[in-house]
Write a protein that binds this ligand. Sequence first.
Ligand code: PEP
Length: 253
Amino acid sequence: MRVKFVAGNWKMNGNRASNEALLTDLVPLLAGISGVESVICPPFVYLQQVLSLIGGTKTALGAQDLCQFGNGAYTGGVSAAMLKDSGCSHVIVGHSERRALFGETDALVAEKFAVAREAGLVPVLCVGETLAERESGATEKVVDRQLQAVMQRCGAAALRDAVVAYEPVWAIGTGKTATPEQAQAVHAFIRGRVAAADAAVAAEVRIVYGGSVKAANAEQLFAMADIDGGLIGGAALVAGEFAAICRAAAQKH
Ligand code: PEP
């Protein structure tokens, strides 16, 4: 039985006052939900503030990105060791915004995945196709390419304790959610590709869905056999929404 996983990706949003207000509402709501792993991923500069507000609860701290290099002369970078030292247990790698807007290649994402694991962080690997890729029938090809880059760099066993987030780019921040059936089909495909390399790992790896998940659609998405939770953007900035999504994941048997 895979433990359900829900992460909130705040993206480049928030300030000290709004973070405090959000977490003051959210932390007590999350405390009443069991059976789901929840993670908050704020911008780097707010990691310490968020840790001080969620510290001592079951909710974990994650970062949205990391540098592929170890500590050294890499101006502007934040290393895996620094994230670990700052109280992070998780880190998102390969978010579509990083791939599209910051030029991150499959190889770079695989390198980031590797250094995150080496530092003892749980990588949350994002994969997903653009609308043009879906419309041209290339969804599986794209997702497989993104996944294989990591499996080739780190081995399939590296996915055992990681999380894969299927995030169709056309559904992120657009209000357009993949239907539960569309998402399930890709999740089953991903699990099948992992199984081709290692069946035991495929049975254990959490594959979560991201793309306009809200309280109103979470339950239907999470009811699908291969959807083990969600990576949440916009709705993670609203305490009641994020808590309701975590509750929906916790209710799945
Ligand atoms: C995301 O940021 O990964 C995401 C899925 O965003 P949203 O939930 O806003 O679509």
